[in-house]
Design a protein around this ligand. Structure first.
Ligand code: ZN
Length: 834
């Protein structure tokens, strides 16, 4: 063989050898894992490399795409035998849970699902996903004999890359460990949330985001026995793992509690051996159902959160307050150890896991057997869309009476049902999740909790409901109401559409975007034998005569939004205002601006951004708070201030600018924390509720002597941790069109304002308000006496609208959204030229 030929052969052989070798993450990436942050596409490339090298043991599956078009991927890792048999294992598991019909053939394979980096700036865990899959396939093959490991290397790729790209362009080389260095100060909004700035670890139950909705499809197909959600916490906290803290939801079984402890003890072996610190049973509880630990728990798994110290603060290395340098290498190493230890203990207990998993799905002993919900068909449809995401079964009522707990009266009562009413029962595999989502009141074993304590779905969707202790059989062949198609009539004076839900709002937005002029009525009127309530839309031919294809265009939009309408032959009403009345007002298509950036809550801004773009589908201009002083507000007639902390922004000059703009017709919508900027300020009617301390002298003395150790718990009397209240509504005010006399609001905190002296109190709490669901401390309750929920104050030609409660919170309180829509389109909808 000549020299060049032998070189060539050697080259080819070496290529072939590399091609058949599984590379470690460091070899593949070209840097030692943890010495750089890997961008999302590099991580996906590594997983593809692993699949290519180990095709008999690894299968990658794309389950979706983010808003910014990054792929969402799962890697299934197991032994060759199991991987060949993957579909059988999956079906067998669903049979074991009773979700699929048939008897499970064998139940000795554990299914462990590891989810990484749900919070984008808690970025060590995605690095750990690479070392974890590599070690499973190289050192820990034994575990795979009876375990299927499902790795989601990054739940939130958009957030992760936002963090990583920022870090890469900011950090010095070598990295700076000084906490004050810019590489440890992430700018607004930070990498934690997804594209629309939602916290995906609050979104599992509501699945408002594309990442969650896509993941739930895959999750429900598999229903793993173990689910780990990898996180990071402050740089001075070492590591947190299971068992979780109280309160635990009452559906959590003894086995689920017990196995959390076994897992924690397994981890502690490794941590103790290395001298790594950790804590358990504190802070992270299991109650609110929308987390990556609780949701899987209520679906039968052992659902856990693991928290490594680090977070968006830590970068590649940081000096913490205890004088230790915490590096990315440390952080990913710890997450790798707990991930592998989780697989190890699950593998050791595979049969027991299967047996206990099956038991979880027995729902015979749940208190309420059926929930029956009644209301507007569109609202029922919104709810069934949510149930479909969780693959929860439901039916429709047969008619007849149902007795049980009535959500509106908060007492035992009866409801007459019709075939339109939804029946959701707990005698199904996912019965415990039904209970968690629907029950009127969640039992709290401890009022110190990490999140909201009330979310009951009938209130959130604005439906009348009864929780029944006996099973309500649904109709055998339900006929879901078919919305009839209305017919255009080119002889009609106009069309009328009733108003009452978000689908109506989307329809109105679409009409306005198409240049169709729309009116709404501020008073009820009767025509052609039918009475139309306040807020009904009137689309008059005379207003649209410039549009050649008016009837076709209107009818097509109505059809695509599944709206029914009535063709009215004359503008002369039998009673109430005629079409030309000043009480039937033109909807002046609003030009809307919204504040974003520093001082705004990124979550609140994101909720509104998502609402305008993905739900209402109406344009909004985002204005950076830095530019507020220079921006020309006269180009807009609505300005939205999301929840925020505007103290450092709104100086007297800016307040004056806003006042001047409002006086000339502008409408400011201030949400939650934004109200702080106006409360007790000159020219604004908003006043903080300051109840007197009515405690006796003796009680006041007692309070002074509360022990240090008891102070935190004592403080809960001042807190409202997400509780539901029944408010009175003035539904003659345009902000409340489409609502009844009452509205159930979700209160997120204890801030409280008096009713407006010179303004409209649209929704409010009366004397001695009581929480119908969720936790509210006794002192916080006192403060809520006669307090404002939503109100409007006129200012010159314009208005300021106060929304004390944030109806967009996590985008799940469906029934509140119309207050916001009404504020935009109907309230003080004057025709002042701006
Ligand atoms: Zn986190």
């Amino acid at each position: 063989m000549n020299r060049s030929l032998s070189l060539l052969v050697a080259f080819v052989v070496s290529i072939a050898a590399t091609a058949q070798t599984l590379q470690s993450p460091s070899q593949f990436l070209g840097y030692d894992l943890g010495t750089q942050f890997s961008r999302h596409h590099q991580v996906i490339d590594y997983f593809k490399h692993v699949e290519t090298q180990k095709p008999l043991q690894v299968k990658l599956e794309k389950y979706g795409e983010t808003n910014e078009r990054r792929p969402l991927m799962l890697a299934f890792v197991s032994s060759e035998d199991n991987l060949k048999n993957l579909e059988n294992i999956r079906e067998n598991n669903l049979k074991n849970a009773g979700i699929l019909e048939g008897t499970a053939a064998s139940t000795n394979i554990a299914i462990v699902w590891l989810s990484y980096n749900v919070h984008g700036n808690e970025a060590s865990s995605t690095e750990a996903s690479m070392s974890t899959i590599y070690k499973l396939l190289t050192e820990k093959q034994d575990y795979l004999k009876n375990t299927v490991v499902i790795l989601d290397p990054c739940i939130n790729p958009d957030g992760r890359d936002r963090y990583v790209n920022w870090y890469n362009e900011t950090a010095s080389a070598p990295y700076d460990i000084d906490q004050q260095a810019s590489e440890h100060q992430e700018p607004w909004p930070g990498g934690r949330p997804n594209h629309y700035l939602f916290d995906l670890n609050r979104d599992w139950a509501w699945a408002t985001q594309v990442e969650s909705a896509s993941r739930l499809k895959a999750y429900n197909k598999w229903m793993p026995h173990i689910h780990v959600d990898f996180h990071e916490q402050g740089i001075n906290e070492p590591y947190y793992f299971a068992p979780a803290a109280e309160p635990f939801h009452e559906v959590i079984s003894d086995w689920q509690r017990d196995f959390q402890t076994q897992i924690g003890k397994n981890h502690s072996k490794y941590f103790d051996a290395e001298g790594w610190l950790y804590f358990t049973r504190e802070r992270f509880d299991l109650l609110y159902p929308s987390y990556g630990d609780t949701y899987p728990t209520y679906m039968g798994a052992i659902g856990m959160t693991y928290e490594q110290g680090g977070h968006g603060r830590a970068g590649l290395g940081i000096l913490n307050d205890e004088g230790d340098v915490l590096t990315l290498v440390d952080r990913l190493t710890h997450h790798t150890v707990t991930g592998l230890s989780t697989v190890e203990i699950s593998s050791k207990n595979a049969e027991k896991l299967n047996a206990e998993f099956a038991k979880f799905f027995d729902n015979k002993n749940l208190k309420y057997k059926s929930y029956v919900l009644q209301g507007d068909t569109d609202k029922i449809n919104s709810l069934t869309a949510l149930l479909d995401k969780h693959e929860i079964n439901y039916g429709f009522a047969k008619g007849g009476k149902v007795s049980g707990y009535n959500y509106i009266t908060a007492k035992q009562g009866q409801m007459n049902t019709t075939a339109k009413d939804l029946v959701v029962s707990t005698n199904q595999p996912k019965g415990k999740m039904v209970k968690v989502l629907f029950e009127p009141n969640t039992k709290l074993s401890d009022s110190l909790t990490y999140d909201i304590t009330a979310w009951s779905v009938p209130y959130a969707y604005g439906l009348n409901a009864v929780a029944s202790r006996s099973l309500v059989q649904p109709a055998n062949n339900p006929t879901r109401e078919i919305i009839p198609t209305s017919l255009k009539n080119s002889g009609a004076t106009g069309y009328v559409v009733e108003w009452g839900n978000m689908q109506d709002a989307q329809f109105l937005a679409e009409l306005l975007k198409n240049g169709i002029r729309v009116r709404f009525t501020e008073k009820p009127f009767t025509t052609q034998g039918k009475t139309y309530d306040r807020g009904s839309l009137i689309i008059v031919r005379g207003d649209n005569k410039k549009m050649d294809d008016f009837d076709d265009r209107f009818a097509a939009i109505a059809f695509s939004h599944r709206r029914t309408f009535d063709a009215i032959s004359s503008g002369f009403s039998t009673s109430g205002p005629d079409f030309g009345s000043p009480d039937i007002k033109l909807v002046n298509p609003p030009k809307i601006a919204m504040l974003s950036g520093d001082y705004t809550s990124s979550l609140s801004y994101g909720e509104l951004w998502h609402f305008f773009e993905q739900q209402l589908q109406y344009p909004v201009t985002s204005i950076n708070t830095d530019d507020l002083s220079s921006v020309n507000l006269s180009k807009f007639n609505v300005l939205i201030m999301p929840n925020g902390y505007y103290g450092g922004l709104l100086n007297d000059n800016l307040i004056d600018k806003l006042k001047t703009w409002m006086r000339s017709g502008g409408k400011l919508i201030a949400i939650d924390g934004a109200l702080n900027s106006f409360a007790d300020k000159e020219g604004f009617g908003l006043k903080r509720n300051k109840p007197e301390n009515t405690d006796s002298e003796e009680d006041k003395e007692k309070t002074k002597r509360i022990k240090y150790a008891d102070r935190e718990r004592d403080y809960t009397k001042n807190l409202i941790t997400g509780a539901i209240f029944n408010t009175d509504v003035d539904n003659t005010h345009p902000m409340a069109f489409g609502y009844g006399d009452n509205y159930f609001t979700l209160k997120l905190g204890s801030s409280s304002y008096s009713l407006l002296d010179n303004g409209y109190n649209v929704a409010y709490l009366g004397k001695n308000p009581k929480n119908v669901s969720g936790y509210a401390g006794k002192d916080a309750l006192k403060k809520l006496d006669n307090s404002l929920i939503f109100g409007e104050q006129r200012m010159g030609s314009g208005s300021i609208i106060y929304m004390v409660d944030n109806v967009m919170f996590r985008s799940f309180w469906e029934n509140g959204k119309l207050f916001f829509v009404n504020s935009i389109f109907f309230v003080n909808n004057n025709l002042v030229e701006l």
